[in-house]
Design a protein around this ligand. Structure first.
Ligand code: F6P
Length: 365
């Protein structure tokens, strides 16, 4: 019986539970034994029955409606070292697992692909140190890896949506609607800070959904000399038309074209000092990652969970590690390495202040 493990890694995202549920049930349906690795890569490094558990059909009952990730997640330093990966390899082999499905962000997926590339040398080392038998070394010659992107930021190239992004967007819109009501009563301005370290998708889309007056994102860096005036002009125009509220959405990673962060505090100060608006800052924080997944994320996670198991079962030792994506409403398999590379090139273009390239790259996603 083929043993397939699933783990969630990095920051949690709504939809991770539906993803794990789909992996577990598809694996069982296809005659395989699914395992969950608890606490992400940390569980892989620690190993043993506390962290690596076989799951049954009923273990994932009701998971479609549950937020967070029930199998836990962690940001794990040990797995970045070879010693950590060696321990991880031993624990997988001991549990009889030769395929790993990872739901996480680009860092977690890169770690998975590196683990696979290194696998034969890890197996050799385990054999030479007498930790595994020659028979085990022959049986577990290859590790199959498959990635799916769980991240509220929608920050991965080659996929229209990451698991969790639409749920977080929904959380933001709901929160801004609440704020809008109190803002209107007091005729106040609100600066809303949203997540998205290197990616402004949440800020941009929530700005559209809530008719924000102004939006700041990392990809469209504003001119440090003019952005304050530009924002004030727009806000004044809207106020003159009788608008009683001002909403400005700032992505946590927003930058000006000198790469100086555009902070909520700076935006707040500008609205107060230049326009005399009664202004408050609301940092939405981890509320954005909370609650259960919206319907879209449940569907996306389920389809991608099914496809991840299919990809594992169809993969050969020479198949490049796949990442499961959605493009034009079709679930697809793409090269994990290539998608991570494109994602990193966007971050690099921002660092190099090549903002027109950033927009080009984002548009070609
Ligand atoms: O990558 C997802 C994300 O939610 C980012 O938007 C945010 O910057 C980060 O995680 C927060 O991480 P943590 O939960 O470790 O504070």
């Amino acid at each position: 019986k083929r043993c397939i493990a699933v783990l969630t890694s990095g920051g949690d995202a709504q939809g991770m539970n539906p993803f794990v549920r789909a992996v577990v049930r598809t694996a069982l349906f296809k005659g395989c034994q699914p395992f969950a690795i608890f606490e992400g890569y940390k569980g892989l490094v620690r190993g043993g029955p506390e962290y690596i558990k076989a799951l049954n059909w009923e273990d994932v009952d009701g998971w479609n409606a549950q937020g967070g990730t029930n199998i836990g997640t962690a940001r794990c330093k040990e797995f970045k070292e070879r010693a950590g990966r060696l321990a991880g390899a031993l624990h997988l082999i001991e549990a009889g697992i030769d395929a790993l499905i990872v739901c996480g962000g680009d860092g977690s997926l890169t770690g998975a692909d590196l683990f696979r590339a290194e696998w034969p040398s890890l197996v050799d080392e385990l054999l030479n140190s007498g930790k595994i038998t020659a028979e085990q070394a022959t049986t577990y010659q290859h590790l199959t890896i498959c990635g799916a992107v769980g991240s509220i930021d929608n920050d991965m190239a080659d996929t229209d949506s990451t698991i969790g992004a639409y749920s977080a967007l929904d959380r933001i819109c709901e929160a801004v609607d609440y704020v809008e009501a109190t803002a209107k009563s007091h005729s106040r301005a609100f600066v809303i800070e949203v997540m998205g370290r290197h990616c402004g998708w949440l800020a941009l889309m929530s700005g559209i959904c809530t008719s924000a007056d102004s939006i700041f994102i990392p990809e469209e860096a504003v001119d440090p000399k003019t952005w304050r005036d530009d924002m004030c002009k727009v806000v004044t125009k809207h106020r003159e038309r009788g608008k009683r509220t001002t909403i400005v959405i700032v992505a946590e990673g927003a930058l000006d074209s000198d790469l100086t962060p555009v902070t909520s505090e700076d935006v707040h100060k500008t609205l107060v000092d230049r326009l005399g608006l009664d202004t408050r800052i609301t940092v939405l924080g981890h509320v954005q990652r909370g609650g259960s997944a919206v319907a879209f994320d449940r569907i996306l996670a389920t389809l991608q969970g099914v496809e991840s198991v299919n990809a594992v079962l169809e993969s050969t030792p020479s198949t490049p590690s796949p990442i499961i994506t959605v493009s034009e409403n079709q679930i697809q398999r793409k090269s994990l390495v290539e998608s991570v590379k494109s994602t990193k090139s966007i971050a690099a273009a921002i660092k190099e202040k090549e903002f027109s390239r950033v927009l080009q790259l984002r548009n070609s996603e």
